[in-house]
Design a protein around this ligand. Sequence first.
Ligand SMILES: NC(=O)c1ccc[n+]([C@@H]2O[C@H](COP(=O)([O-])OP(=O)(O)OC[C@H]3O[C@@H](n4cnc5c(N)ncnc54)[C@H](O)[C@@H]3O)[C@@H](O)[C@H]2O)c1
Length: 261
Amino acid sequence: MPKRFINKVALITGGGSGIGHATALAFAKEGAKVVVADVDDNRGKETVKMIKDINGQAVYIKTDISKPTDVQNMVKMAVETYGRIDILFNNAGIPGLPVRLAELSVEDWDRVIDINLKGVFLGSKYTIQVMLEQGKGVIINIASASGITPTPFVSVYAAAKAGVIQLTKAMAIEYGSENIRVNCICPGFIETPMTSVIIPPDLESRDYSHLWPLTKPGSPEDIAKAALYLASDDASFVTGTSLVVDGGWLAGTSLPLSKGS
Ligand SMILES: NC(=O)c1ccc[n+]([C@@H]2O[C@H](COP(=O)([O-])OP(=O)(O)OC[C@H]3O[C@@H](n4cnc5c(N)ncnc54)[C@H](O)[C@@H]3O)[C@@H](O)[C@H]2O)c1
Protein backbone atom coordinates (compact mmCIF):
# COMPACT_ATOMS: atom_id res chain seq x y z
CA MET A 1 0.00 0.00 0.00
CA PRO A 2 1.42 3.46 -0.85
CA LYS A 3 2.27 5.53 2.22
CA ARG A 4 1.14 9.11 1.66
CA PHE A 5 2.15 10.63 5.00
CA ILE A 6 5.76 9.64 5.67
CA ASN A 7 7.50 12.42 7.68
CA LYS A 8 4.14 14.15 8.22
CA VAL A 9 2.76 14.94 11.66
CA ALA A 10 -0.98 14.56 12.28
CA LEU A 11 -2.61 16.00 15.40
CA ILE A 12 -5.98 14.39 16.12
CA THR A 13 -8.37 15.60 18.81
CA GLY A 14 -10.75 13.03 20.25
CA GLY A 15 -8.30 10.40 19.00
CA GLY A 16 -9.23 7.93 21.71
CA SER A 17 -12.52 6.69 20.29
CA GLY A 18 -14.68 6.17 17.24
CA ILE A 19 -13.81 8.30 14.22
CA GLY A 20 -10.73 9.87 15.83
CA HIS A 21 -9.34 6.47 16.82
CA ALA A 22 -9.84 5.01 13.33
CA THR A 23 -8.31 8.09 11.72
CA ALA A 24 -5.28 8.04 14.03
CA LEU A 25 -4.61 4.41 13.06
CA ALA A 26 -5.15 5.15 9.37
CA PHE A 27 -2.65 8.04 9.40
CA ALA A 28 -0.12 5.91 11.29
CA LYS A 29 -0.49 3.04 8.80
CA GLU A 30 0.39 5.50 6.04
CA GLY A 31 3.54 6.65 7.80
CA ALA A 32 2.44 9.72 9.79
CA LYS A 33 3.63 10.53 13.28
CA VAL A 34 0.44 10.93 15.27
CA VAL A 35 -0.39 13.11 18.27
CA VAL A 36 -3.50 11.76 19.97
CA ALA A 37 -5.34 14.33 22.12
CA ASP A 38 -8.29 13.39 24.29
CA VAL A 39 -9.89 13.96 27.70
CA ASP A 40 -10.10 10.20 28.21
CA ASP A 41 -6.64 8.96 29.25
CA ASN A 42 -7.41 5.25 28.92
CA ARG A 43 -8.81 5.51 25.43
CA GLY A 44 -6.15 7.96 24.24
CA LYS A 45 -3.32 5.78 25.52
CA GLU A 46 -4.94 2.67 24.00
CA THR A 47 -4.91 4.34 20.56
CA VAL A 48 -1.21 5.13 21.00
CA LYS A 49 -0.50 1.54 22.08
CA MET A 50 -2.30 0.16 19.03
CA ILE A 51 -0.25 2.44 16.76
CA LYS A 52 3.01 1.35 18.41
CA ASP A 53 1.93 -2.29 18.10
CA ILE A 54 1.99 -1.84 14.31
CA ASN A 55 5.41 -0.13 14.53
CA GLY A 56 3.94 3.34 14.12
CA GLN A 57 4.90 6.51 15.99
CA ALA A 58 2.46 8.25 18.33
CA VAL A 59 2.17 10.17 21.58
CA TYR A 60 -0.80 10.92 23.79
CA ILE A 61 -1.58 14.23 25.46
CA LYS A 62 -4.51 14.80 27.74
CA THR A 63 -6.43 17.76 26.36
CA ASP A 64 -9.80 19.30 27.02
CA ILE A 65 -10.38 20.93 23.66
CA SER A 66 -12.68 23.56 25.18
CA LYS A 67 -9.90 24.95 27.42
CA PRO A 68 -7.47 27.43 25.84
CA THR A 69 -4.52 26.52 28.10
CA ASP A 70 -4.98 22.79 27.39
CA VAL A 71 -5.05 23.46 23.66
CA GLN A 72 -1.95 25.67 23.81
CA ASN A 73 -0.15 22.87 25.68
CA MET A 74 -1.33 20.32 23.12
CA VAL A 75 0.12 22.32 20.23
CA LYS A 76 3.34 23.04 22.16
CA MET A 77 3.84 19.37 22.96
CA ALA A 78 3.18 18.30 19.37
CA VAL A 79 5.85 20.71 18.12
CA GLU A 80 8.32 19.81 20.89
CA THR A 81 7.86 16.10 20.15
CA TYR A 82 7.80 15.98 16.36
CA GLY A 83 8.96 19.47 15.28
CA ARG A 84 5.90 20.45 13.22
CA ILE A 85 2.17 19.94 12.64
CA ASP A 86 1.25 19.15 9.04
CA ILE A 87 -2.33 18.02 9.64
CA LEU A 88 -4.83 19.05 12.30
CA PHE A 89 -7.98 16.94 12.60
CA ASN A 90 -10.45 18.86 14.78
CA ASN A 91 -12.57 15.83 15.59
CA ALA A 92 -13.42 15.83 19.32
CA GLY A 93 -17.12 16.29 19.97
CA ILE A 94 -20.08 15.34 22.11
CA PRO A 95 -23.71 14.70 21.12
CA GLY A 96 -25.60 16.73 23.73
CA LEU A 97 -28.81 15.58 25.40
CA PRO A 98 -31.70 14.50 23.14
CA VAL A 99 -34.29 17.08 24.18
CA ARG A 100 -36.35 19.76 22.47
CA LEU A 101 -35.01 23.32 22.61
CA ALA A 102 -37.15 24.61 25.48
CA GLU A 103 -36.01 21.71 27.67
CA LEU A 104 -32.34 22.28 26.88
CA SER A 105 -30.50 23.74 29.86
CA VAL A 106 -28.24 26.74 29.45
CA GLU A 107 -25.39 24.62 30.86
CA ASP A 108 -25.89 21.93 28.18
CA TRP A 109 -26.05 24.59 25.46
CA ASP A 110 -22.74 26.05 26.65
CA ARG A 111 -21.08 22.62 26.96
CA VAL A 112 -21.95 21.50 23.43
CA ILE A 113 -20.96 24.84 21.90
CA ASP A 114 -17.74 24.94 23.94
CA ILE A 115 -16.57 21.49 22.82
CA ASN A 116 -18.03 21.17 19.31
CA LEU A 117 -17.57 24.75 18.05
CA LYS A 118 -15.20 26.65 20.34
CA GLY A 119 -12.97 23.56 20.38
CA VAL A 120 -12.55 23.84 16.61
CA PHE A 121 -11.75 27.54 16.98
CA LEU A 122 -9.13 26.91 19.69
CA GLY A 123 -7.48 23.96 17.94
CA SER A 124 -7.23 25.97 14.74
CA LYS A 125 -6.19 29.25 16.39
CA TYR A 126 -3.06 27.82 18.00
CA THR A 127 -2.15 25.36 15.24
CA ILE A 128 -2.44 27.95 12.45
CA GLN A 129 0.35 29.93 14.13
CA VAL A 130 2.62 26.88 13.69
CA MET A 131 1.44 26.27 10.12
CA LEU A 132 2.10 29.91 9.16
CA GLU A 133 5.70 29.52 10.34
CA GLN A 134 6.01 26.26 8.37
CA GLY A 135 4.52 27.90 5.28
CA LYS A 136 1.87 25.19 4.85
CA GLY A 137 -0.65 22.97 6.58
CA VAL A 138 -3.97 21.18 6.34
CA ILE A 139 -6.91 21.46 8.73
CA ILE A 140 -9.87 19.09 8.66
CA ASN A 141 -12.87 19.78 10.86
CA ILE A 142 -15.64 17.39 11.74
CA ALA A 143 -19.05 18.93 11.19
CA SER A 144 -22.09 16.70 10.62
CA ALA A 145 -24.96 16.02 8.25
CA SER A 146 -26.98 17.57 11.11
CA GLY A 147 -25.17 20.83 10.46
CA ILE A 148 -26.86 20.90 7.04
CA THR A 149 -30.20 19.21 7.76
CA PRO A 150 -31.05 18.70 11.45
CA THR A 151 -33.05 15.82 12.84
CA PRO A 152 -35.29 16.43 15.89
CA PHE A 153 -33.75 16.84 19.36
CA VAL A 154 -30.34 18.00 18.18
CA SER A 155 -30.81 21.80 18.12
CA VAL A 156 -27.59 22.86 19.83
CA TYR A 157 -25.58 20.08 18.16
CA ALA A 158 -26.93 21.13 14.74
CA ALA A 159 -26.19 24.79 15.47
CA ALA A 160 -22.64 23.99 16.56
CA LYS A 161 -21.99 21.84 13.48
CA ALA A 162 -23.48 24.46 11.13
CA GLY A 163 -21.05 26.87 12.81
CA VAL A 164 -18.19 24.49 12.04
CA ILE A 165 -19.15 24.49 8.34
CA GLN A 166 -19.05 28.32 8.22
CA LEU A 167 -15.85 28.47 10.29
CA THR A 168 -14.27 26.08 7.79
CA LYS A 169 -15.11 28.40 4.89
CA ALA A 170 -13.96 31.50 6.80
CA MET A 171 -10.60 29.93 7.66
CA ALA A 172 -10.17 28.65 4.10
CA ILE A 173 -10.54 32.13 2.61
CA GLU A 174 -8.40 33.78 5.28
CA TYR A 175 -5.44 31.39 4.98
CA GLY A 176 -5.55 29.96 1.45
CA SER A 177 -2.94 32.41 0.18
CA GLU A 178 -0.58 31.14 2.87
CA ASN A 179 -0.87 27.55 1.72
CA ILE A 180 -3.15 26.37 4.50
CA ARG A 181 -6.11 24.31 3.28
CA VAL A 182 -9.19 23.98 5.50
CA ASN A 183 -12.06 21.57 4.83
CA CYS A 184 -14.70 19.79 6.84
CA ILE A 185 -16.38 16.39 6.73
CA CYS A 186 -20.10 16.01 7.36
CA PRO A 187 -20.65 12.41 8.45
CA GLY A 188 -24.09 10.86 8.46
CA PHE A 189 -24.83 8.07 10.95
CA ILE A 190 -21.55 6.37 11.82
CA GLU A 191 -21.40 3.44 14.25
CA THR A 192 -19.24 4.62 17.16
CA PRO A 193 -19.54 4.69 20.96
CA MET A 194 -21.31 8.05 20.53
CA THR A 195 -24.12 6.66 18.37
CA SER A 196 -24.41 3.32 20.16
CA VAL A 197 -26.16 5.29 22.89
CA ILE A 198 -28.75 6.50 20.38
CA ILE A 199 -29.25 3.17 18.59
CA PRO A 200 -27.73 0.22 20.48
CA PRO A 201 -25.81 -2.17 18.17
CA ASP A 202 -27.84 -5.14 19.45
CA LEU A 203 -31.23 -3.55 18.74
CA GLU A 204 -33.11 -6.26 16.84
CA SER A 205 -35.22 -3.98 14.66
CA ARG A 206 -32.32 -2.05 13.17
CA ASP A 207 -33.61 -1.60 9.64
CA TYR A 208 -32.01 1.32 7.88
CA SER A 209 -33.19 0.41 4.41
CA HIS A 210 -35.78 3.22 4.28
CA LEU A 211 -33.43 5.82 5.80
CA TRP A 212 -30.36 5.81 3.59
CA PRO A 213 -29.84 4.85 -0.04
CA LEU A 214 -26.86 2.68 0.97
CA THR A 215 -29.12 1.01 3.63
CA LYS A 216 -26.48 0.68 6.34
CA PRO A 217 -24.69 2.97 8.77
CA GLY A 218 -21.15 4.09 8.08
CA SER A 219 -18.04 2.92 9.89
CA PRO A 220 -15.37 5.11 11.51
CA GLU A 221 -13.03 3.88 8.76
CA ASP A 222 -15.34 5.43 6.13
CA ILE A 223 -14.69 8.83 7.71
CA ALA A 224 -10.98 8.10 8.19
CA LYS A 225 -10.66 7.49 4.43
CA ALA A 226 -12.29 10.87 3.73
CA ALA A 227 -9.97 12.60 6.20
CA LEU A 228 -6.89 11.02 4.62
CA TYR A 229 -8.04 12.10 1.18
CA LEU A 230 -8.52 15.72 2.33
CA ALA A 231 -5.12 15.67 4.05
CA SER A 232 -3.34 14.23 1.01
CA ASP A 233 -1.88 15.90 -2.05
CA ASP A 234 -4.77 14.39 -4.04
CA ALA A 235 -6.83 17.21 -2.50
CA SER A 236 -4.23 19.93 -3.17
CA PHE A 237 -6.83 22.15 -4.94
CA VAL A 238 -9.60 21.48 -2.41
CA THR A 239 -10.29 24.04 0.32
CA GLY A 240 -13.35 25.54 2.02
CA THR A 241 -15.51 22.57 1.17
CA SER A 242 -17.81 20.29 3.16
CA LEU A 243 -17.44 16.66 2.18
CA VAL A 244 -20.68 14.83 2.99
CA VAL A 245 -20.07 11.14 3.84
CA ASP A 246 -23.51 9.88 4.76
CA GLY A 247 -24.52 6.87 2.63
CA GLY A 248 -26.80 9.18 0.66
CA TRP A 249 -28.86 10.34 3.64
CA LEU A 250 -28.97 14.01 2.63
CA ALA A 251 -29.78 13.17 -0.98
CA GLY A 252 -33.35 12.62 0.18
CA THR A 253 -35.52 10.15 2.02
CA SER A 254 -37.24 7.26 0.31
CA LEU A 255 -40.75 5.92 0.80
CA PRO A 256 -41.23 2.14 0.96
CA LEU A 257 -43.09 2.10 -2.39
CA SER A 258 -43.20 -0.97 -4.57
CA LYS A 259 -40.67 -0.86 -7.40
CA GLY A 260 -41.93 0.23 -10.80
CA SER A 261 -41.84 -2.27 -13.65
N1 LIG B 1 -20.77 9.06 14.96
C1 LIG B 1 -21.53 9.78 14.14
O1 LIG B 1 -22.55 9.32 13.60
C2 LIG B 1 -21.16 11.22 13.86
C3 LIG B 1 -21.90 11.89 12.87
C4 LIG B 1 -21.58 13.21 12.59
C5 LIG B 1 -20.54 13.83 13.26
N2 LIG B 1 -19.85 13.15 14.22
C6 LIG B 1 -18.78 13.87 14.91
O2 LIG B 1 -17.57 13.12 14.83
C7 LIG B 1 -16.76 13.40 15.97
C8 LIG B 1 -16.32 12.10 16.59
O3 LIG B 1 -17.48 11.40 17.01
P1 LIG B 1 -17.50 9.85 17.38
O4 LIG B 1 -18.79 9.32 16.89
O5 LIG B 1 -16.22 9.22 16.96
O6 LIG B 1 -17.60 9.96 18.98
P2 LIG B 1 -16.89 9.18 20.16
O7 LIG B 1 -17.68 9.51 21.36
O8 LIG B 1 -16.67 7.76 19.80
O9 LIG B 1 -15.46 9.89 20.24
C9 LIG B 1 -15.33 11.23 20.64
C10 LIG B 1 -13.99 11.40 21.33
O10 LIG B 1 -13.86 12.78 21.70
C11 LIG B 1 -13.37 12.84 23.03
N3 LIG B 1 -13.78 14.10 23.64
C12 LIG B 1 -14.99 14.46 24.11
N4 LIG B 1 -14.95 15.69 24.66
C13 LIG B 1 -13.66 16.12 24.54
C14 LIG B 1 -12.99 17.30 24.92
N5 LIG B 1 -13.63 18.29 25.56
N6 LIG B 1 -11.68 17.42 24.63
C15 LIG B 1 -11.01 16.41 24.00
N7 LIG B 1 -11.61 15.25 23.64
C16 LIG B 1 -12.91 15.12 23.90
C17 LIG B 1 -13.99 11.63 23.72
O11 LIG B 1 -13.29 11.29 24.92
C18 LIG B 1 -13.88 10.58 22.63
O12 LIG B 1 -12.64 9.91 22.68
C19 LIG B 1 -17.61 14.29 16.88
O13 LIG B 1 -17.25 15.64 16.70
C20 LIG B 1 -19.02 14.04 16.39
O14 LIG B 1 -19.87 15.13 16.66
C21 LIG B 1 -20.13 11.86 14.53
